[in-house]
Design a protein around this ligand. Sequence first.
Ligand code: UDP
Length: 368
Amino acid sequence: MIMNETNLVVGCGLSGAVIARLLADDGERVLVIDRKSHIAGNIYDYVDENGICIHKYGSHIFHTNNENVWNFIKKFADFNTYMHKVFAIIDGIETTIPFNFNTLYDVFPKSLAERLEKKLLEKFTYNTKISILDFKNQEDSDLKFLAEYIYEKVFLHYTSKQWNKSPSEIDGSVTARVPVYISKDSRYFQDKYQGIPLCGYTKMVENILNHPNIKVKLNTKYDNKHFSEYKRIFCTASIDEFFNYKHGVLPYRSVNFKFETHNREFYQNNAVVNYPCNYDFTRIHEYKYYLNDKSEKTVIAKEYSEAFEDGKNERYYPIQSEENLSLYKKYKKDASSNTYFLGRLGDYKYYDMDKAIERALKLFEEIK
Ligand code: UDP
């Protein structure tokens, strides 16, 4: 590979693969390196000995309203029409979240649910979403009761397990991902396009990388001594580590998945069941639902949140706060003109998969 004419992409997850492909399609040479032993970063999946496709780093469901993103990604995988729902155990009742009219009727006696539904429809437009923090500002005593109920039963304990903070202490955009939904739509996402790649996410990323101009080297850590040898550097690794933590450490939340194989066809009634108020784990994933895998056994994972510690676990969630953002910006200022950052870790942003692709598409347009 000719150096100085080669672009280096650090990290072989979705963002790294997409920017590599866009460059390669444009005639550029690209070397993609990753310190892990596999491609696909945290969307890595594999088929286990039971024929079940396991999302090693937690459930990933593709969803987007962005036509450009959809047109890009569907070149590399066919998707099924899986529409994600999340069940939650609230007061021992299995229901769906985001909290919607179906949830209302699941958890309350009919007469109370009817009264609350009527008041909600008087106050809010049908099919709108309200973040729990906004929803808490109610004057009507029934709606106040409802808001307190949802806050306590859905958000407070889950958020404290997930972030080790209360909902009011974390950035409002995080809990707003799971709004109160004035609707009978029980799906987790309302996007036009949603599904799971039939070939799995790893194969999808492999297809993205499958280009004569792209070379991939796994088990390879970047070495900044060699950066001058490359035309451009695209970093999807964490920016603080990239700069040797010289301004301080950017914090992340991590998760620990405890996998179990059960000798029965199904463990639970849905791919994801949240336990906001019970146990130390936040949710249980059951993987066979995503691609309708047939097996007499089933594999689940209980998800436990924990702080990220280098060498112990992986970075999953940037912790959005003014302080962390200003630290991020300090690092960003130090970037040389041929170095670009993208992805959840490079941008320190809580991207969904479609937003990570959108970001890579936009970055490519900017540098072209
Ligand atoms: N959340 C919650 N209770 C739930 C589900 C979500 O309090 O049952 C809050 C929690 O703070 C979480 C955030 O909403 O971190 C975003 O949830 P989402 O399911 O989008 O998180 P992800 O799937 O990305 O981990």
